[in-house]
Design a protein around this ligand. Structure first.
Ligand SMILES: [Zn+2]
Length: 338
């Protein structure tokens, strides 16, 4: 009977954890993959089952440590107090509202904890790295002093406050820390996780209030000469049947529910918005594309993948009086702030 119960528990664990293997980390390109930790052996002797240990203390003076790969290979174990304020400082401008900085601190803390539970195949020796293109951005004191100059002490106090005022708090779904992705700005609506990874219950598309009045370079344009456009597309799809006249190359564009490009047809070949973003270094997949007779012109709105919290949206919400709890509840619907 006991044996059956353990098999049932292990199967339940596997059913809960395995779908997480298909989630990606917040910054484009990176994949956070769950290590196959729940044992698949059919039965575990009772004596071998560890008694439940108390949960780690994620607060600033807690006993929780995690491994970070700094730069090219320096892997060190660090505490929240050492790491989190500098991550917030690297990810969000210090000029942002205090409540936006707190929302960022919770998102970053949650992301860190999530990473300690899922092995990243890019650096299995460390839970996180300091490459913003892979995990979280992070700057050391020297780098922050170089950027902030005489304001270092004042600015760092704001980052510390964002962390201590939210100390130990994180977002959970189904009892587990969420993949708390965030991005710079969205064009009206955040992206639905289902468009990129399959449905993620707390990463659905929500309205985001930032506008070009408060976001620098909210709308950008990228112009590509026809021959460069053709050669770039051919990198991914070498057999694309390009005709002589560039005016005939573009077909229809399909948008997703958030207004981002799901697919665009080039000479009959459908490319995803993400493929176009990557090929032409676009700031987001919220773009229009036209040929003006001399060049292909992308007009792009917002910056980042669009999933989860929008940083400029959080700042806009804070400016009209939302606190960090309201901001997080808005951008991660269904997740609970613990
Ligand atoms: Zn990384």
């Amino acid at each position: 009977m006991k044996r059956l119960i353990w098999v049932s528990i292990l199967l339940t664990l596997a059913a809960v954890l395995l779908p997480l293997a298909f989630l990606s980390s917040p910054v484009e390109g990176a994949k956070a993959v769950v290590s196959p930790s729940p044992s698949t052996s059919p039965a575990v002797p009772e004596s071998a089952v560890p008694s439940p240990s108390p949960p780690p203390d994620y607060s600033m003076d807690g006993d929780f440590f995690f491994k970070v790969k700094f730069g090219e290979g320096d892997v060190r174990s660090v505490s929240m107090a050492e790491y989190l304020p500098n991550a917030v400082a690297a990810e969000m401008p210090v000029s942002f509202e205090p409540q936006a900085l707190r929302a960022q601190a919770v998102a970053a803390r949650t992301y860190i904890i999530y990473c300690t539970r899922h092995t990243n195949p890019k650096h299995p020796e460390a839970n996180l790295c300091t490459d913003s293109g892979c995990c979280l951005a992070w700057l050391d004191e020297t780098e922050l002093r170089a950027g902030w100059g005489e304001s270092f002490e004042t600015n760092m106090a704001l980052m510390d406050a964002a962390c201590t005022e939210t100390d130990g708090r994180m977002l959970v779904y189904d009892g587990a820390p969420i993949l708390a992705t965030f991005h710079s700005s969205s064009a009206g609506f955040t992206e639905d996780g289902a468009e990129l990874w399959g449905a993620v219950p707390y990463l659905t598309s929500v309205a985001s209030p930032e506008t070009s009045e408060e976001v620098p370079n909210f709308v950008t344009t990228v112009e590509v000469a026809p021959e460069n456009f053709r050669e770039s597309i051919k990198l991914l799809y070498p057999d694309t049947p390009f005709g002589e006249d560039p005016a005939g190359w573009l077909g229809g564009t399909e948008l997703d529910g958030s207004g981002r490009v799901r697919k665009v047809e080039v000479c009959g070949v459908p490319l995803t918005g993400s493929e176009m973003r990557s090929l032409f270094a676009l700031r987001s997949t919220a773009f229009t594309l036209e040929y003006n007779g001399a060049a292909f012109v992308f007009t792009v709105t917002g910056y980042g993948h669009g999933l989860g919290l929008s940083q400029y949206g959080a700042n806009a919400m804070a400016k009209i009086g939302s606190d960090y709890e309201e901001i997080l509840a808005h951008y991660y619907p269904g997740a609970t702030l613990k």
